[in-house]
Design a protein around this ligand. Structure first.
Ligand SMILES: Nc1ncnc2c1ncn2[C@@H]1O[C@H](COP(=O)(O)OP(=O)(O)OP(=O)(O)O)[C@@H](O)[C@H]1O
Ligand SMILES: [Mg+2]
Length: 264
């Protein structure tokens, strides 16, 4: 198995406002280490404020870590490697469908990352946009539409198209499925699993929905106050949670034990 993403002792503290003598720093992430392989999904769960989104933002390069290192394909990601990271690690947010710029067509929206990160000519970019729309279950001709002409589920697919168009290796889903109703959500999950198979993607799935996590993920990591309190194979951790935080999270959802769809 190939390790795509390796995180080594990543930490984050925020400086609080105030006079410098009184300035305190709050630790949001204590040193965290983990790795994710191609074709695999790592789920991250934890109470509100436990540091999940902060970790996601650091991984995509939207926040700076206070310490630690991130390796992509065994290569250390340096501060200046933003373009490289943009191309290989992408993120989809809960409301990413609603954040699509309403004044741009889908063609223009999907063309942005291509213009910024590739040297493809206009025809090649258009062709790639067409095939990517088809990959996420939309039509090539949808490229001429504006975001308001799509339903919520379709907008989420456009966000997914935008995320995969640069052929990334890692996709981070931060509550990306939370706003979808159950039937759209399961369609989206199946689409994500198909794309994972086709493209060898690694997913980092942040979700409060333990049903989705059980269905979708291979491994799980439980965060509490910025620390990893438990990690392991999803089924093992869910069937036999060791830490009281994990037990509480599972109990809160009155979680029913069902078999996982992935064969392992
Ligand atoms: N820019 C910032 N400055 C100071 N503190 C911050 C900043 N951003 C986040 N935090 C703090 O970091 C902690 C972790 O926040 P984070 O958004 O990562 O939590 P989360 O696990 O994603 O929570 P949720 O489940 O509610 O999405 C919180 O206590 C939050 O207040
Ligand atoms: Mg969050």
């Amino acid at each position: 198995m190939t390790t795509l993403l390796k995180v080594d002792a990543l930490s984050k503290s925020y400086r609080q406002q105030g006079f410098w003598l009184n300035r305190k720093s709050t630790t949001v992430l204590s040193p965290i280490s983990f790795s994710v392989e191609a074709h695999k999904t790592l789920a991250i769960i934890g109470e509100a404020g436990s540091g999940k989104s902060t970790l996601a933002k650091i991984l995509v390069g939207a926040e700076r870590p206070s310490g630690g290192s991130i390796y992509l394909n065994d290569q250390l990601l340096k501060k200046g490697s933003f373009k490289h990271r943009c191309q290989h690690v992408r993120m989809i947010f809960q409301d990413s469908g609603t954040t699509l710029n309403p004044s741009l067509t889908i063609l223009q929206l999907l063309d942005e990352p291509l213009k910024l990160n590739t040297s493809f000519d206009v025809n090649k970019r258009k062709e790639l946009i067409r095939t990517t729309l088809q990959k996420v279950g939309l039509l090539g001709d949808h490229m001429n539409f504006y975001p308001h002409m799509f339903s919520g589920g379709q907008k989420q697919r456009i966000s997914l198209a935008r995320a995969i168009i640069l052929q990334p290796q890692v996709i981070i889903l931060d509550e990306a499925l939370a706003a979808l109703d159950p039937s759209l959500r399961s369609q989206m999950i199946n689409l994500l699993l198909d794309l994972q198979q086709q493209m060898g993607l690694a997913y980092i799935l942040i979700s409060h929905n333990l049903g989705i996590i059980r269905h979708f993920s291979d491994d799980i990591m439980v965060l509490s106050q910025g620390k990893v309190v438990e990690s392991g194979k999803t089924l093992e951790v869910m069937n036999n949670p060791q830490h009281k935080v994990t037990q509480k999270l599972l109990m809160n959802q009155n979680f029913q034990l069902k078999p996982n769809r992935k064969t392992r």
